[in-house]
Design a protein around this ligand. Sequence first.
Ligand code: ATP
Length: 233
Amino acid sequence: MSMLEVSGLNAWYGESHILHGVDLNVEEGEVVTLLGRNGAGKTTTLKSIMGLVGRREGSVKFHGAETIGLMPNLIARAGIAFCPEERGIFGSLSVTENLMLPPIVAPGGLSVDEIYTLFPNLKERAMTAHGTRLSGGEQQMLAIARILRTGARMLLLDEPTEGLAPVIVQQIGRTIREIKSRGFTVLLVEQNFRFAATVADRHYVMERGKIVDRIENSQLEANMDKLHEYLGV
Ligand code: ATP
């Protein structure tokens, strides 16, 4: 049994039918990426897993239990956390205050002290910096830190490297590898497959609301031509 098993997932925003039968699975402890061009449906897949779309059909099983009929708050309580591209941190609050806010959905979430050990650069900014005064990289770290507080063991990360400088992208990569080494499971949306290759066990490629390929990370190099074609880069 996979930790997350998505099959025949369809999703709509109003009348727009965006996902057309997405099938994917993620094993406990894996880091898996969803690659694909703009508009392929990657973000919608993460949102659909959380129940954050207008309508969804199909099956999304978490630890074998069907969640398709559940409201987003109950899906979160099952132990899945979503870190949106827009990061969702509170600009007027300090770093520590941001870390105190997330709801605890399950035991085993990281304490604020543990967060500061994992993210030393956030510790330096703990009391002084308000969310909006943080750099893009610090905001992304804080957004990931917040979901680590909740106790969720499955993390859905939407383009954590978007718009960040290469040196910060490397830091995010280290963070994701550290999270994996602590036993968390990650489903990660990425456009940057060079980054994805440094963190993931395997990759799914999406096109027009469907999964069109599955590539082991060790096979990425051998599939470069195909990937360039898929991603249009
Ligand atoms: P990107 O990297 O651009 O976010 P993506 O692969 O994550 O790409 P989605 O954001 O999932 O793609 O978008 C898939 C399709 O759904 C696009 O055609 C987009 O225009 C449409 N879409 C996204 N959000 C909404 C919404 N709230 N209402 C209606 N259509 C939407």
